[in-house]
Design a protein around this ligand. Structure first.
Ligand SMILES: [Zn+2]
Length: 238
């Protein structure tokens, strides 16, 4: 079974968990939610000997996609092939307003950039591959209209960087749909609180209880822990 290294780096003014997924045997890299602080994200990444095949955004908020543009520019400067950018079409409008939002928030110019157009919309995709390693995609709107979580089953993973721990075989990158004992905000433009509850109950709480959740913000958790302890989602009535 191929080994997937998952490196977490907490970045941006919002403490977002950017992740680098590395298919070690096939030397393929996928960046998930490179939101800001590119130098930090790239600290332990070997761009010279690996191919960056893809950039995947769970959604297009500033803290998840604000560094896509400089990442693409850096790869181009290094003469590397251009990776494929994936996100849901409902996120497009959000990604085009990042620079405005950063300015309004008083962040330094050059901290965050508008997200380029997706090469592939995730709208109709059920699976996502990093070489021969395959993830299921879970459409989980609510916090953001086109939010997608990524679920790996029977994975042989190593968790590195921030919040590193021993990895179980089922791992879900939950973006901002589900946090440890919390959920993503639903008071933002295009958020929908009912959709979020439904997404968590129907798409995430139906995963195996031992599934490790790697959230977009904060510490890791498990589905089992959240079903018992998350005050924002009522338990599923069987
Ligand atoms: Zn968000």
């Amino acid at each position: 079974m191929n080994n997937l290294q998952i490196i977490t780096k907490t970045v941006s003014h919002f403490g977002q968990n950017a992740r680098v997924l590395i298919n070690v045997d096939e030397k393929i890299i996928c960046f998930v939610d490179p939101g800001a602080d590119l130098e930090l994200i790239l600290e332990s990444v070997d761009l010279d000997n690996y191919t960056v095949e893809s950039i995947f955004l769970t959604h297009c908020h500033i803290d998840h996609g604000g560094a896509v543009k400089p990442l693409l520019e850096l790869l181009e400067k290094k003469g590397k092939p251009t990776p494929t950018l994936y996100y849901h079409s409902k996120e497009w409008i959000v990604g085009k307003n990042i620079e405005n939002y950063a300015k309004q928030s008083g962040f330094d110019e050059g901290s965050y950039f508008n997200i380029p157009n997706a090469d592939v919309n995730l709208d109709d995709m059920d699976t996502f591959n990093i070489g021969s390693i395959s993830a299921k995609l879970l459409f989980t709107p609510g916090h953001a209209p086109g939010h997608i979580a990524m679920y790996f089953e029977n994975l042989n993973a190593t968790l590195l960087g921030d919040f590193s721990q021993e990895a179980p075989s089922n791992i879900c990158l939950s973006g901002d749909a589900l946090f440890r004992e919390s959920v993503g905000r639903t008071d933002l433009p295009l958020s929908n609180p009912q959709d979020l509850v439904k997404s968590v109950q129907e798409k995430l709480y139906t995963l195996p209880e031992d599934t490790l959740i790697l959230p977009g913000h904060g510490k890791n958790t498990t589905i089992g822990h959240e079903k018992t302890n998350n005050p924002f989602i009522r338990p599923l009535l069987n």
